[in-house]
Design a protein around this ligand. Structure first.
Ligand code: AMP
Length: 425
């Protein structure tokens, strides 16, 4: 089934065919007709599934139809669609997608995110836009400065809603909602679902159509996942070895901390592998520069923190390495979703030190699968250390269980308010 059967107009179809998309992806096939029918949508689609086009194409269709009907004489468009994203990288990527998909229409798109001067964004907003892509904090600044007026909004999209909640944007979201008409279409996209997302959906959506293309909380099926057990102090050496011996170019590596990202990048450079880091302490300009160098192949490895890597869309990225496992199991899904995008294959390697076993267990619970562990010859873990760590871990687990019994908490969750996060389905 091609795009033409979905009910989209010629402007949009031309753009899609010029981009070389021959078939809609499953999320596009399911979501586009529902959005065109003006229904609210709650969609579970992880990154790399084509979810941006799933909402961008019908929005562009609706706006080109409506601007054709009422364009005469109107010079400054009103904002009809707002897309909220958790990070500036994702905002930039969604903006680029709208510009690409809207290239044959006269629809104007504007972008707003923090970390850069607000003045140019105010200017752009005052010139008028039909569609605004924004991060919540900066959008509020623009609203308060009266550079943005949302009274005529027709469609509101939450992209990566789970991450927005994880990043604590709920207050900003509630404040933004006060400026948005209640009579609107709302589309919520989330890679993972939990109680917090369902609670949010109840306040935002009216009789939404629930669309799921993959089983909830599953990792991209085209991504091969491997876990190497290795001592923490040999992880860098192992990564440099893998990249060098297997001649990998363009490898995205995840660390938990910004400092850890910088340190690993500088150590890998000493190993002769051109590496840079990307994280929230770096200016927007520096992040964009590094990303561009990575995409162009000028640097071989990019070390990123979870937040900085959100929204990175590097087509054909084949390798993701978890230098450290994430504390939040859902981040694992987001991390490995950077590879295996739009049907291509990917390999995700996790380096597991003995103290991280509980994190792997949480990931396995979330994915509802086992990720077999193996040793890489020459990098086998030191078993005397493993025994010591597992003794400590089991003492810590005993204490945790005793505490849970004492407080009547049987969820076993480390996430406090997000105990529902441990749901597997
Ligand atoms: P997303 O999940 O929106 O981040 O999209 C992931 C990647 O898939 C992007 O590079 C898109 O350009 C690409 N893409 C989206 N839809 C299609 C399609 N129908 N056919 C081929 N590639 C697509």
């Amino acid at each position: 089934m091609g795009f033409s059967s979905l009910g989209l107009n010629q402007y949009v179809l031309n753009a899609v065919s010029e981009l070389g998309y021959s078939e809609p992806t499953p999320i596009q096939r399911q979501a586009i007709p529902v959005i065109l029918a003006n229904q609210d949508v709650m969609a579970g689609a992880q990154t790399g599934t084509g979810k941006t086009a799933a909402f961008a194409l019908p929005i562009l269709h609706q706006l080109t139809e409506c601007s054709a009907a009422q364009s005469q004489g109107q010079t400054k468009p009103a904002i009809r669609a707002l897309i909220l994203t958790p990070t500036r990288e994702l905002a930039q990527q969604v903006y680029n997608s709208f510009v690409g998909y809207g290239q044959h229409s006269s629809v104007r798109v504007a972008l707003a995110y923090g970390g850069v001067s607000i003045n140019n964004q105010i200017k752009a907003m005052r010139q008028g836009a039909d569609i605004v892509v924004a991060t919540p904090g900066r959008l509020l600044d623009l609203i308060y400065k009266k550079a943005v007026e949302l009274g005529q909004l027709k469609t509101l999209v939450f992209d990566e809603a789970d991450r927005m909640l994880d990043m604590g944007f709920i207050d900003e979201i509630n404040r933004i909602l006060k400026f948005v008409p209640t009579d609107r279409q709302t589309l919520l996209f989330s890679a993972t679902f939990d109680q917090a997302i369902f609670a949010l959906s109840k306040t935002l959506l009216h009789s939404p159509q629930l669309i799921e293309v993959d089983a909830r909380n599953t990792a991209a099926s085209q991504v091969e996942q491997m876990v190497y057990e290795v001592d923490a102090d040999r992880k860098r050496e192992l990564i440099s070895h893998l990249i060098g011996a297997r001649n990998w170019h363009q490898v995205l590596i995840f660390t938990r901390t910004r400092h850890g990202a910088d340190l690993l990048a500088s150590e890998m450079c000493k190993d002769g592998i051109k590496t840079q880091s990307i994280h929230g302490d770096k200016s927007q300009g520096a992040r964009e520069r590094v990303l561009e160098e990575f995409i162009q192949g000028k640097i071989r490895a990019l070390v990123a923190t979870d937040v900085a890597a959100r929204g990175l869309d590097i087509s054909q990225l084949q390798y993701v390495i978890n230098y450290e496992l994430p504390h939040i199991a859902e981040d694992y899904i987001h991390r490995i979703g950077r590879t295996g995008r739009a049907g291509s294959e990917g390999l995700a390697i996790s380096l597991l030190s003995p103290d991280e076993k509980w994190m792997l267990e949480e990931i396995e619970v979330l994915l509802n699968t086992r990720l077999p562990q193996q040793w890489l010859p020459g990098y086998e873990p030191d078993l005397t250390k493993v025994v010591e760590v597992s003794r400590k871990n089991s003492r810590a687990a005993q204490k945790r269980r005793a505490k849970q019994r004492a407080f009547g908490d049987d969820t076993g969750s480390r996430r406090g308010k997000g105990s529902g996060k441990r749901k597997t389905k």
